[in-house]
Design a protein around this ligand. Sequence first.
Ligand SMILES: Nc1ncnc2c1ncn2[C@@H]1O[C@H](COP(=O)(O)OP(=O)(O)OP(=O)(O)O)[C@@H](O)[C@H]1O
Length: 388
Amino acid sequence: MLEVKQVSKLYENHRGVEHIDFSMSRGEIVGFLGPNGAGKTTTMRMITGYLNPTKGSILIDGLSMADHPKKARQKIGYLPETPPLYPEMTVQAYLQFIADLRGITAREQKQRIGEVVDRLGLRGREKQIIRSLSKGYKQRIGLAQAILHNPDLLVLDEPTSGLDPKQIIEIRQLIRELGENHTVLLSTHILPEINSLCNRVLIINQGKIVMDGHPDQLASSMGETFEVKLEVKGPRERIIAELEALPGVGSVKQLDREAASVAAEVSTLAEVSHSAEPEEDALPDEAQAERPEGGDEAERTASETGRSAAADRAPAETGAEGSVKLHVTATDRTDIREAVFYRMAELRYPILEMKKESLSLEDIFLKLTTNEAALGGSSDEEEVSADA
Ligand SMILES: Nc1ncnc2c1ncn2[C@@H]1O[C@H](COP(=O)(O)OP(=O)(O)OP(=O)(O)O)[C@@H](O)[C@H]1O
């Protein structure tokens, strides 16, 4: 649907964007995310044919924007950050004007305008002067002009910027609906917008694409290890030792220190109460395995699998009540949840909660953009306003 090939834009001697290279398939809703001055608007203006790239090419459905600008633009609907409205016109007159510009015939106009008016919730507002409408309604009219000629690709530059929360929800819902029949490229710096609307995100920083992927897959593509947050009911030391011994587990950290100290006390008490008994807990694994009545099933399993001494001390802690909250990190990106589940089940320690932990989009965005943005951000803005 859209191919952006090695596109760069130089503003006089100032870099706009550099080697932007990505493509979009039909039906995708792609979020274009980046800090101020990163190059979102520049890229979008080139895709929509409002700005010529210094280098590279843009193809819409195989049509080159440079060679066939009129035909290529026919396939695109564009909502710039400030909708291109004529405030003195009525909604109806404005949409007719846009329909004329787009070459929609007089016969088609009535039907087409009627459709977008309904689709964007503008019914009943057709006779109103645009100036008198709220920002949310103006944004709807902006979207209406973008889809009037029924383009395949919609390019929306910060479509919810400056709207109040209710209007944001409404416009997002409209974009979601438009995404059912259109391919959408949407720029924003609002991270939740990406999560709620997009099935793919492109992150741009300092004029370059620094990340491209499904919002949920970004963390793993950044080379992060798999992490799980866990709450298990049972003896703390034993659980920790068992988890540490699991193949694929790198580290186990306790999260609730309060519970830890309680568990430690109980553990100490248990040890004291067992001190009169023979020191069977201190026996090596083999010796424990040979015990005639080796305690509960969990204890036997630990001995069979050659668990650590700490793990095998744990049966003495059966008095430990409550649960323990842990953060378990795998050695790599392998999902360790099943292994954790089966081991805890085998030991009959109920898992009260298990949640895959991953970097949020906010974490990823900050990781990718903070340092450089801090260096480049303010001066960019000055240059923009100087050039504007
Ligand atoms: N007309 C222009 N003349 C010179 N430089 C420009 C012009 N427009 C943009 N730039 C520069 O190009 C870079 C990218 O700007 P752009 O407006 O594309 O970023 P953006 O990601 O859309 O930012 P924002 O989120 O603030 O809208 C910035 O360094 C900016 O200063």
